[in-house]
Design a protein around this ligand. Structure first.
Ligand SMILES: Cc1cc2nc3c(=O)[nH]c(=O)nc-3n(C[C@H](O)[C@H](O)[C@H](O)COP(=O)(O)O)c2cc1C
Length: 409
């Protein structure tokens, strides 16, 4: 059968030239929370490398949603910088998308300027931080902030926005019984826990109008006992379809509970702690001692959400994007032939921005990425990079090589 890969497809009001979208993967390239030349160069290279659309990751819709010092924060003053970025992506031949979210209980006091907020209060061991549960007035303001962020994205020239409703960030914290212990209309049964998401979507769809495509990244399951399971997530996905979303990106996992469920493979703990600043010596020490217990390995395999995602395909009519372990031409074809309209890739395009052109030209059929997850460990304190491009301290190098061996037997 002919591959669908290089055929066009639509997401709401926009058409994408082929079926590959660069998945939102936090770049760590927005010093001062603004778009930079480094971010522009990276996404322009990805666009030149042949993807249909590239997604700029993880912009916070307001200040309280920030968790990193190199994370984008959507404000009117960054519109010229966003324009410059999207003009360059467009010139390079791809559409531009931006992921919008709020880190909720994963926000960092140092950058968000206040005690982090979440669906409910308590202590988040993974951040680690005390959290305050959003009051009703704060919920209403946050919902408006999502709409404003979409307007800023449109003024900045983006063709699409991706609302982050998975991975244990704010919307996901409302959805999941693990993080939502509210006793008001936003807590209790799933119907109530979806209310914040519904309100956000209403505001987002209004702001998107008839020319900006709206994708939503959502979980197929949270990935641990006590979180959302597949049936709950299908209910959420159906609601998102009713809410008017144009495409769902089907992922999974929960950063504060099952972080590697999102990505699979091992987390290189020495790399993670090796780059932590000494002022966080207590965190460095804690993660070194207990990291292996807190961050569990999840074995990697190609298209690791496939068995769950196929159930969503059967239940939904809307376009779906598949993400997670799409590493070869064979897997791309398997996913597209199963009825998913798009594939998304993160690590293969961190490894090599030219991957899609190379597939097109028959230069290769598989990515060279071996899921050592060095790029993941780096983003907590630096920018996203593949280990191939970096000089590593010997102990870090040993760990990365161990991971490569372990996950590629
Ligand atoms: C370095 C890195 C950063 C990531 N940051 C984000 C993010 O900001 N938002 C998000 O939704 N997913 C993020 N992810 C997850 C990816 O979007 C994707 O779901 C996951 O890596 C699986 O796809 P892959 O096998 O193609 O890498 C990140 C992944 C990596 C490797």
């Amino acid at each position: 059968m002919e591959s669908l890969l290089f055929t066009p497809a639509k997401i709401g009001p926009i058409e994408i030239k082929n079926r590959v979208i660069r998945a939102s993967a936090y770049e760590g390239m927005c010093d001062g929370h603004v778009p930079t030349q480094q971010l522009k160069d990276y996404h322009t290279a990805v666009a030149r490398g042949g993807v249909g659309m590239t997604s700029v990751a993880y912009a916070a819709v307001n200040k309280s949603g920030l968790s990193f010092h190199r994370q984008m924060w959507m404000r009117p003053e960054i519109i010229p910088g966003l324009r410059d970025l999207t003009d360059s992506i467009h010139e390079a031949g791809a559409k531009a998308c931006i992921q919008l979210g709020h880190c909720g209980n994963m926000s960092h006091r140092r950058y968000c300027g206040q005690r982090p907020v979440g669906a409910s209060g308590g202590f988040n061991l993974y951040s680690p931080t005390f959290v305050h549960g959003l009051r009703k007035d704060e919920i209403l303001q946050t919902v408006k902030d999502y709409g404003n962020a979409v307007r800023i994205a449109r003024d900045g020239g983006f063709d699409a926005v991706e609302i982050h409703a998975g991975h244990g960030y704010l919307i996901s914290q409302f959805l999941s019984p693990y993080t939502n212990h509210r006793r008001d209309e936003f807590g209790g049964p799933l119907e109530n826990r979806m209310k914040f998401m519904d309100m956000v979507m209403e505001e987002v769809m209004k702001a998107a109008g008839d020319d900006v495509a709206v994708l939503v990244k959502t979980n197929t399951r949270d990935g641990f006992k006590g979180g959302l399971e597949v049936d709950d997530c299908i209910t959420v996905a159906k609601r998102l379809e009713q809410d008017g979303a144009h495409c769902l990106v089907l992922s999974g996992g929960f950063v504060s509970r099952a972080p590697m469920y999102v990505m699979r493979g091992a987390m290189p703990i020495s790399v993670l702690t090796g780059y932590m600043p000494w002022r966080q010596w207590w965190l460095k020490l804690g993660v070194n001692l207990f990291g292996k217990l807190m961050i569990q390995d999840e074995p990697f395999k190609e298209a690791y959400f496939f068995d769950d995602a196929i159930r969503f395909r059967r239940e939904l009519k809307m376009p779906l994007a598949f993400v997670g372990g799409v590493n070869s031409m064979a897997t791309i074809n398997r996913v597209l032939d199963a009825g998913f309209e798009f594939v998304e890739m993160a690590r293969p395009l961190i490894y090599d921005t030219e991957f899609v052109n190379k597939l097109r030209d028959g230069v290769c059929t598989e990515s060279g990425c071996r899921h050592a997850n060095y790029c993941v460990a780096r983003i907590y304190n630096l920018d996203m990079q593949c280990h191939e491009n970096c000089k590593l301290a010997p102990r870090m190098k040993r760990e990365v090589e161990r991971n490569i061996k372990k996950y590629n037997k």
